[in-house]
Design a protein around this ligand. Structure first.
Ligand code: PMP
Length: 412
């Protein structure tokens, strides 16, 4: 056996052993399904610690990370200023379940940065944000049904998983229209026909089934249609919020929804998310109104500090310009490799977010494992996007390009 394959074989043994132990006490060995490597095969990499653009795994190998906690880490792992902010916060108490000044400060930043958010409520996960947004939409409009799109993901609450998962009550599925992304006619037909639609929820750039850019006419059309039919438009910006600019995709496209969901980046790697919208709508939430929504750990002081520090750093002039340019020149070099080798891979990209798309989906697992063996960690599922962070260096890109070059020779 070649030396390289022998080393990788040993690494695999560590991963399989840890995975076997985990499976004895955790369903499928993981606390979120996509971590299990089910989509790519083999045992998942178990992470020991991380810093900047890389993590060290229990198998003893260091990997360049392009998953970045599924987009949560815009600054990379364990950014020193975020860590020191968090350390200070921890010493002052880890949870109060009561109001703090920092939450107001945080909400002020969000409401200034995101045009649709006049009031914002903090929660702990993107799922909670999206689930709460549709509840307030239903309470406000006094209608029941929702329109969502098949290519989008909004977390694991019942409404969003209808048709995709066992365990969802039939009556809930009946209230959900699951339509095709970028197909305005379908949305129009549903809204014309059914007067009980409370809201349309959409990722303004779809980033959970590869990377799909919206047609301008699609988002603009949804805005017009929802206004016409007195349904609310919800942008789920859990991935896209603060990824491309200090704000959301709504700032870039100039389309203002009624409600917005945020998560990932705003928590700086901690469980923090939020949803916000027009005062008139958000006032329906308890304690002001009758739509109930709550959380013991909502606005947790440690998470809020991590978020505040992150937002402070990424707000600095030039941050996004540098990040987007860096990502852009990396992609150009990848395009060059793809072209040179005449592969059937397409690199889709928008700002510091990218996705390798294959004609034959099955090819992804070989591609993933080849790169993994060379110390490059992509999001471990063909449908998932990858991320460039502020921590990625030219050296990281150089190593990645070399790995891609190497791999292409073997793949094609
Ligand atoms: N909305 C979108 C667009 C997401 O990508 C995700 C998670 N990937 C969620 C909601 C759910 O967020 P969480 O995993 O924090 O519950």
């Amino acid at each position: 056996m070649a030396k390289e394959s022998l080393t990788n074989y040993k690494l695999q043994i560590t991963n399989y052993r840890l995975f076997r132990e985990a499976k004895k006490v955790i369903p499928g060995g993981v606390n979120s399904p996509v971590r299990s490597f089910k989509a790519v095969g083999g045992a998942p990499v178990f992470i020991k610690k991380a810093s900047g653009s890389k993590f060290l795994a229990e198998d003893g190998k260091t990997y360049i990370d392009y998953c970045m906690s599924w987009g949560a880490l815009l600054l990379g792992h364990a950014h020193s200023e975020v860590v020191s902010g968090v350390k200070k916060a921890v010493e002052k108490g880890t949870s109060y379940g009561a109001a703090t000044k920092a939450e107001t400060e945080f909400a002020k930043i969000i409401t200034r940065a995101i045009p649709s958010c006049e009031l914002a409520r903090l929660v702990s996960s993107g799922t909670e944000a999206a689930m709460s947004a549709i509840r307030v939409a239903r309470g406000y409009t006094r209608k029941n049904k929702i329109i969502k799109f098949k290519e989008c993901y909004h977390g694991h609450s019942d409404y969003f998983l209808s048709g995709k998962s066992a365990g969802i009550p039939e009556n809930i599925s009946r209230d959900v229209y699951s339509l095709d992304y970028n197909n305005l006619e379908q949305a129009e037909e549903a809204l014309e026909k059914d007067k009980d639609i409370a809201c349309v929820i959409v990722e303004p750039i779809a980033a959970n089934t590869g990377l799909i850019l919206p047609l301008k006419s699609f988002l603009e059309g949804l805005r017009k249609l929802t206004l016409k039919h007195k349904a609310l438009l919800i942008f789920d910006e859990v991935i896209t919020g603060f990824r491309f600019c200090f704000g959301g995709v709504q700032n870039i496209f100039g389309i203002i929804p009624d409600l917005t969901c945020l998560g990932k980046i705003i928590g700086g790697g901690f469980p923090l998310a939020c949803f916000g919208g027009k005062k008139e709508i958000m006032r329906h939430l308890a304690p002001l109104g009758s739509v109930y929504q709550a959380g013991t750990l909502s606005g947790n002081p440690v998470a809020v500090q991590a978020g505040l520090k992150t937002l402070e750093i990424i707000k600095k002039p030039g941050f996004y310009k540098r990040l987007n340019e860096k990502a852009g020149s990396f992609y150009k070099k990848i395009d060059g490799i793809i072209e040179n080798k005449k592969t059937n891979i397409v690199l889709n990209r928008f700002g510091a977010m990218f996705h390798f798309s294959f004609k034959d989906k099955k090819q992804f697992s070989g591609f993933f494992h080849n790169l993994l063996a060379q110390g490059i960690y992509l999001s471990p599922a063909g449908d998932e996007v990858c991320f460039v962070s502020a921590a990625h260096t030219d050296k990281d890109f150089e190593i990645t390009l070399k790995a891609l070059n190497h791999l292409k020779e073997r793949l094609v």
